[in-house]
Structure formats: C-alpha cells, structure tokens
Design a protein around this ligand. Structure first.
Ligand SMILES: Nc1ncnc2c1ncn2[C@@H]1O[C@H](COP(=O)(O)OP(=O)(O)OP(=O)(O)O)[C@@H](O)[C@H]1O
Length: 303
C-alpha cells in the first residue's frame, strides 16, 4: 500500500465532517473517490495532502506518517484541488517553471519536465498564453501539469474533469490512465460513467462515513442483483406485474420498465407469461448487471 488512511476524523466547529474514515490505495490501480455533495471528499483529500489538520486518525504515505512528517511527504504528493488555484497573470510555462522551483528542482530538469508535461496534457497550442486567457478546460490541464511537475508517486485529483467538454473529458481520462500506470492515483468525481470507465477501486463516502471500499468489480458483483429492461409497444402499468413477486421496480418510462431481481431466470419466465396473457407486443427484454449509478444511489440513500 502506498497510501493508507486510518480512522480519520475531522470536526468543523460542532459538525463532524469525517467520522473514522479508513481506506487504502495501491500503485497502478486508479481509485475513484465518490460521494454526494458535502460527503467529505475534499476534506479527506486536503488532510491527505497536508492542507488541513485532522482531529484524529492517521495517514501513511509510502509507509511514512504523513500527518507528523509533512516535509518528507509533500514532495511525494501531487495535488489538484477542487477550485484549481492558479496565478492568472503568469504565462503557462512560467507558472509551471515557478511550480517546479518550489520543489527545489534544478532548472535543466524543470525545463525538460515542463516540455514533457505541456505535451502530455495537450497544452502545446496554449503554452505561450497567460493563464488568465485560457478556457476552463485548459486551466484544468495547467492544474494537472502543476500537480505532476515534480513527478510525485501519489497523485490526488479533486474533481479533475469538472467543466470539461466531451472531447476534453476523454483526453483527460486517458491522461489519468497513463499517469496511474506507475503511480498511486485517487480522484473524486460525480460522474459514475467515468468511474466505470477507468477505475479499478471505488471508495464511497457519505456524511463523513465510508460506506463502501472495494474493487469496482466486487462492488458490482456483490449486489447479487441484475436488471431486466422491458420495452413494449404499449404503455405499461406497474400493477400488471404484481405477480412477479420478490422484485423491485426501477425506473419506469411509458413503454419501458426496469425490474431488479436476484433470480433473473424465474423473473424472466413469469414476465414472458404476463406479456403473453396481456397480449403485449414486446420490443425488447434485456438483462444487465446493476450499473454503478444505481448502486451509488442505493448505497448513499440507503435504499
Ligand atoms: N472550511 C469549512 N468550514 C466549515 N464547514 C466546512 C468547511 N469545509 C467543508 N465544510 C463542511 O464539511 C462537509 C464536507 O465538505 P467537503 O467539502 O469535504 O465535501 P465534498 O464531498 O468534497 O463535497 P462536494 O462534492 O460538494 O465538493 C460539508 O458539510 C461542508 O459544508
């Protein structure tokens, strides 16, 4: 483990923002840190990166106690905060060179690293502009390049893809995958498809408590539920399907019904009988594992 968070607690006044938060992250595996607004994601990330103190608990980075030894740990961490603070009056390259200087890197090393990151983060066309002249997506890339300038082993990105257009989203996701090949990478996001697309591990936090921490595949398999998605020519009524017994109805459109079941074979059989009895015209009946979005809602809303 290159990052271990144990029993972290944090109060803001009387409010307990983090309550015994524990999880760990491994090099080469991307960890998606998920939670509704106000769940405690940024607070956790700020404590890991040393921007905020904890009231209790421990953070170990590369085996070192991060909360007690910030000088050892800070060069090992790259952090993109949620609001991506940048110096708008500086030119892109100037800012990145300045950031490298803060880590005590040699000038020749800084120059080659800036060159490499400008290319990797897709900043080539914008590199001679002032940061204040850049669009949000390009500012986000500058923030990412800044977080990576000193080649840290642990990378913490707080909502790195917020506000990006669909093309930029794909590029930044690809970049995250590339960075993570030989680093420990955690990022927070509200986009579930993003997590399904690129994460190996998932941590779900709500109201300051960890509700799930596991490989994504285990989380999805562990629910034991599958969805049957029924589509017909006719408008559907829920009461027609009462005979299905122990199932849960998910979303319902006019001609579509999502049925959650632990026994898809039996449910499918009864469903086909009901369709035949009613003389409904079946457009499709598909089966899928529950997606992360459904699981996330269930876990965080305690459904
Ligand atoms: N500086 C602060 N002072 C007081 N309360 C704070 C402060 N920062 C955060 N909080 C509170 O702590 C809780 C957790 O906030 P945090 O920013 O960590 O959540 P988050 O999961 O990052 O949310 P979001 O997804 O909306 O960014 C919230 O209730 C928030 O209002």
């Amino acid at each position: 483990m290159s990052l271990e968070v144990s029993h972290l607690s944090k109060f803001y006044g009387n409010q307990k923002a983090l309550d015994e938060v524990s999880f760990s992250a491994t090099p080469g595996r991307i960890l998606g840190f998920l939670g509704p607004n106000g769940a405690g994601k940024s607070t956790t990330m700020k404590i890991i990166t040393g921007y905020l103190s904890a009231d209790a608990g421990q953070v170990k980075i590369l085996g070192e106690n991060a909360l007690e030894n910030p000088k050892f740990v800070s060069p090992k961490i790259g952090y993109l905060p949620e609001n991506n603070p940048l110096y708008l009056d500086l030119y892109v390259r100037e800012f990145l060179e300045f950031s490298g200087g803060l880590y005590g890197m040699r000038s020749s090393h800084i120059r080659s690293r800036v060159e490499e990151l400008v290319r990797k983060t897709g900043l080539s066309t914008e590199q001679h502009k002032k940061i204040g002249q850049l669009s949000k997506g390009y500012r986000q890339r500058v923030g990412l390049a800044r977080a990576l300038i000193h080649d840290p082993q642990v990378v913490i990105l707080d909502e790195p893809t917020t506000g990006l257009d669909p093309n930029q989203l794909v590029e930044i996701r690809n970049l995250i995958c590339e960075i993570a090949k030989n680093k420990t990478l955690i990022f927070s996001t509200h986009i579930m498809q993003e997590v399904e697309a690129i994460c190996h591990d998932v941590v779900i936090i709500n109201k300051g408590r960890i509700l799930a921490a596991s490989p994504l595949s285990e989380l999805k398999a562990g629910s034991g539920q599958v969805e049957l998605i029924l589509e017909t020519e006719e408008e559907l009524e829920l009461m027609w399907f009462e005979k299905l017994g122990k199932v849960k109805f998910g979303s319902k459109g006019n001609q579509q019904l999502v049925i959650e079941t632990a026994d898809p074979v039996e449910t499918r059989k009864v469903l086909m009988q009901l369709i035949a009895e009613r003389g409904l015209n079946l457009n499709s009946l598909n089966q899928s594992k529950k997606n992360l979005e459904t699981l996330f809602r269930e876990i965080t809303q305690n459904l």
